[in-house]
Write a protein that binds this ligand. Structure first.
Ligand SMILES: Cc1cc2nc3c(=O)[nH]c(=O)nc-3n(C[C@H](O)[C@H](O)[C@H](O)COP(=O)(O)OP(=O)(O)OC[C@H]3O[C@@H](n4cnc5c(N)ncnc54)[C@H](O)[C@@H]3O)c2cc1C
Ligand code: SF4
Length: 332
């Protein structure tokens, strides 16, 4: 285990000040919240900060629903959000994505802020025995490109990194146009979650648009008729405790047997939660007929590229969309 000093500041301003002194990349000072991802990375020497600044007790953990929508404090646990009555009833895709994530023990400890900022599960990133990983060691190469890439992305990749984004709930939140509230030592701002994650491009080690030291303070989801009739479908190698090979988050607004409006995002297949507006446009006005749904879902494959072991994802993600649309559509 990499040794570190644990800082326990008494308020958020002190935490922000401590972290702001460090840079963006492989910073000597990092935040820790529930610790379920960070501790693994320390144990494997993937992250080697000198200090960890604990966010425990410094951030909002409330979950509030109003006519405007849903607001989730960054310190809310995955378990509390998944069990919240208004979330399960009005935003089922969020609750389902969380219940399909990790294990009860992890969900009890892990925070929503930490979930959005967890690191990829690429085995080469998490094993320092492999020297080539541009995300861990910029400029070193990518072991996955010609290695074992069954779990990797087919959309949004670059020649420098093909790691799939790991968070399930981020996919559900992107489908519902969620926004993250962010605070730094000087100001606060909001960022649509869809713009929050960066594509790997030539800088895969920079995962988000967060500036050094900024924290996520809350997540908001605007009210939308498609949120209530929503569903999260996750395809994985085993029934629990496993990350997505492919997932589809779908929300539908339905009237007279037709889809008025659809929200669709994909997980497990892209380097960030992947919204598919072309599929949404094709679903708008469609009836729940297999041919129409399959035709719309096929548009998700635009720009997809397999790397050998993960070629199967291109077909599988289309089938996942069709199944998720049918399931969401069958909801009252
Ligand atoms: C066995 C196992 C299985 C898992 N399976 C799944 C799965 O199927 N699906 C899934 O989505 N996830 C899965 N996970 C990942 C899990 O959801 C994350 O580890 C967890 O959500 C991280 O939250 P945390 O509070 O523990 O974050 P931490 O580990 O404390 O932090 C994670 C990162 O976020 C940063 N951070 C934390 N909070 C903030 C904040 N508010 N502002 C700025 N930075 C912050 C930290 O600096 C760190 O870089 C699994 C984890 C384990 C251990
Ligand atoms: S896919 Fe990305 S995270 Fe995995 S080895 Fe390549 S550069 Fe590293």
């Amino acid at each position: 285990m990499h040794p570190f000093i644990l800082e326990r500041p008494g308020d958020l301003d002190s935490a922000l000040a401590l972290r702001a002194q460090a840079g963006r990349d492989d910073a000597p000072v990092e935040y820790i919240a529930g610790g379920t991802d960070m501790v693994q990375l320390l144990q494997e020497y993937v992250r080697r900060p000198e200090r960890l600044v604990s966010l425990a007790g410094l951030l909002d953990s409330r979950i509030e629903v109003s006519s405007q929508g849903l607001r989730i404090g960054a310190a809310a646990t995955m378990a509390d959000v998944a069990a919240h009555r208004a979330v399960t009833q009005q935003f089922p895709v969020i609750a389902e994505s969380l219940l399909a994530s990790a294990s009860p023990q992890v969900r009890n400890q892990a925070t929503m802020g930490g979930n959005l900022l967890q690191r990829p599960r690429c085995p080469y990133f998490r094993d320092v025995g492999y020297s080539a990983c541009n995300r861990r060691a910029p400029g070193s190469g990518c072991s996955a490109m010609r290695g074992e890439n069954r779990w990797h992305a087919v959309l949004g990749t670059s020649e420098n990194c093909i790691a799939a984004h790991p968070s399930d709930v981020a996919v559900a939140l992107v489908a519902l146009d969620a926004v993250v509230e962010v605070r730094g030592s000087r100001d606060q701002r909001t960022v649509p979650l869809n713009d929050f994650y960066r594509l790997p491009g030539s800088t895969p080690h920079v995962q988000t648009v967060l500036e050094p030291g900024e924290v996520i303070t809350a997540i908001t989801v605007p009210a939308n008729p498609a949120a209530r009739r929503s569903h999260y479908l996750k395809v994985r190698d085993r029934a629990s405790f496993e990350f997505a090979l492919v997932s589809a988050a779908v929300g539908l607004d339905v009237g007279r047997g037709r889809i008025r409006q659809a929200r669709v995002a994909l997980g497990g297949v892209a380097t960030k939660p992947w919204r598919v507006p072309q599929v949404e446009a094709a679903l708008a006005g469609a009836r729940f007929e297999p041919t129409a749904l399959r035709k719309a879902a096929a548009l998700a494959a635009q720009g997809a590229r397999g790397y050998g072991h993960n070629d199967f994802k291109i077909q599988l993600m289309q089938r996942a969309i069709v199944r998720a649309v049918e399931t969401a559509g069958a909801r009252a």
